[in-house]
Each structure stands twice: as C-alpha cells, then as structure tokens.
Design a binder for this molecule. Structure first.
Ligand SMILES: CC(C)(COP(=O)(O)OP(=O)(O)OC[C@H]1O[C@@H](n2cnc3c(N)ncnc32)[C@H](O)[C@@H]1OP(=O)(O)O)[C@@H](O)C(=O)NCCC(=O)NCCS
Length: 176
C-alpha cells in the first residue's frame, strides 16, 4: 500500500468514492469537472491496481492549506490507508512551506489522533470566505474546525460582501 499523486485517469474513480460519502453530508459533493480541474490537489492510496482512498490538499498560501475530500472505501477501512493519506498530505504541505494545515470534520477524534487540535472557525478566515460563506449551514455548522501548526494571522482572500458575519474577522493577532 502506498500513496501517489492522482492523475486524470483516477478522476472517475475519485468522483465515485467522494459521491459515496456525500449523500449524508460527510463529504462535500465534487463534480467530475471539479475533480479534473483540481486533480493536482489529490493524493491517492493504492494497492496493486486498486484505489483504496483519496484526499486533497487545497493551498491558500504558505500561511494556510486545507485537507479536503479524505475518504477510504469502507471495505479497506482500518488498514492504515487513512493515516498514509494524512501523512502524505502533511508532507506535501511541508514541501510548500505551509505553516498551518486545517480541515473541517465530523470525526475530530480521527484527526486528533493525527495531531490536529480544535480551532475556532473564525481563526481560519480564508476557509470561511471560500466555502462557508456560500454554505446554507453557515450559522448551524455541525463540523469541527481543526488545525496543525501555527494559526494564520491574516486572510489572503477578500471577505465576501454578502457575508453577515457572526464571526469576527481576525485581521490582527488573536489572543488564544
Ligand atoms: C476517516 C477515514 C479516512 C479513516 O481511514 P482508515 O483507513 O480507516 O484509517 P486508518 O486505518 O489509517 O486509521 C489510522 C488510525 O486512526 C484511528 N481511527 C480510524 N478511524 C477513526 C475514527 N473515526 N475516530 C478515531 N480514530 C480513528 C485508527 O484506529 C488508527 O489508529 P492507530 O494508528 O493508532 O492504530 C475513513 O474511515 C473514512 O473514509 N471515513 C469516511 C469519510 C470521512 O469521514 N472522511 C473525513 C471527512 S473530514
């Protein structure tokens, strides 16, 4: 079992795997077009010819990257594929000199086991501006924000005008 960067011929397989977990909201649905466009974000874990799982690293800048779309087919669960994926994505972040890797999840126990700690959503403004601002669950989010490394002190994305924030914009250092 090993990890490698995904290539376009993996895209349909990734679409099926992500779709398997998006029905109940575990993962955000990703269309085939979106997966193809972002294929370079994806890492896969494989054994022989079989694709066991996938995960993606979205780069905001050296201040922040996000682990997304991490999934292992149920029949391969518990065999170490998830850990291999997280390790590979963290290594990739390191390669890019990223100081903080974040994610939003409903299984914080798994990621705590991988060295992630809980964050406040507003401590990850780029993530909020990119995704949460357009999410119907903005004010009743059931996911836990988590991070590894140093929390960012700024956002690189513009704050969407329509975002009626109940979260404050941390433009200055946050006291934890
Ligand atoms: C979460 C998921 C990726 C884990 O993959 P996996 O291949 O089963 O995980 P691994 O076998 O590599 O487990 C690594 C470690 O995490 C632990 N672990 C696995 N799932 C866990 C969970 N839900 N909660 C807490 N710990 C967990 C394992 O016991 C193992 O511990 P160890 O290394 O001390 O033995 C997989 O279960 C999955 O695809 N879940 C559905 C999709 C999902 O929820 N993705 C996350 C969205 S943010």
């Amino acid at each position: 079992m090993y990890t490698r960067k995904a290539v376009l011929p993996d895209a349909e397989n990734l679409r099926g795997l992500i779709a398997d977990f998006s029905g109940d909201g575990t993962l955000l649905p990703r269309s085939l077009a979106e997966i193809c466009e972002n294929i370079r974000d994806f890492t896969v874990v494989v054994e022989g010819d079989e694709l066991l799982g996938c995960g993606a690293l979205h780069l905001y800048g050296t201040h922040l990257a996000e682990i997304r779309s991490i999934a292992v087919w149920p029949r391969f669960k518990g065999a170490g594929a998830g850990r291999l994926l997280v390790d590979a994505l963290l290594e990739e972040a390191e390669l890019h000199h990223v100081h903080c890797v974040c994610l939003f999840t409903r299984i914080p126990e798994f990621f705590a086991h991988m060295g992630f700690a809980e964050a406040k959503r507003e401590e990850l403004p780029d993530k909020i501006y990119k995704d949460c601002a357009n999410c119907p669950k903005l004010h009743e989010c059931d996911e836990v924000a988590m991070y590894r490394g140093e929390l960012p002190q700024f956002a690189i994305l513009p704050r969407p005008a329509k975002l009626q924030l109940r979260v404050r914009q941390p433009l200055v250092k946050i006291e934890r």
